[in-house]
Unconditional design. Sequence first.
Length: 148
Amino acid sequence: MSQSLAQVYIHSIFSTKHRKPQINEFLRPDLQSYIVGTLSGIGSYTLELYANPDHLHILSTLPRTISIANYISKVKIASNGWMKQHGVLDFEWQDGYGIFSVSSSKIDTVKSYIRNQPDHHKKISFKDELRRFFKEYHIDFDERYVWD
C-alpha cells in the first residue's frame, strides 16, 4: 500500500491540578472551542468534548503522525495558556492523563456519555469515574500516582 491511512478514535480524560474546580460556566464554551481548534490544528477531528469544572473529556481522532503523549501535550500546553490569558492565573492541568480506545461501533455511546457529564457527576465523582474506566479497560494503576 503506497498510502498510509488510519482512523483511530480515542477518549481522553484528564483533570485540573489537584482536581481544583477552575473551569467555570462563563469560560467553558470558549475553552471548549479553543481546544477543538487546537486539535484541528494538529490534524485531529473532535467528535465530542466537555470541560467539567475540574476535568475534561475529549472524544477525537488520533492523528497518525503524532504520539499520544504529543497529542496530550499540545492540548494541555495550549489550553493552559488560554486559561491564564483569560484570568485564571494559577491554572494547571494534572501531570497525567487517561486515554482509552473507542471502537467505531461505540462512538455514539461515548458521545452521549460525554454530553451528559453534568448529570453523570451528580451521581459519581471524577475519581470513581476514572477508576471505573481503569477497571473496564483492565488497566492496573497505583492510587499513589494517579491523583495529583
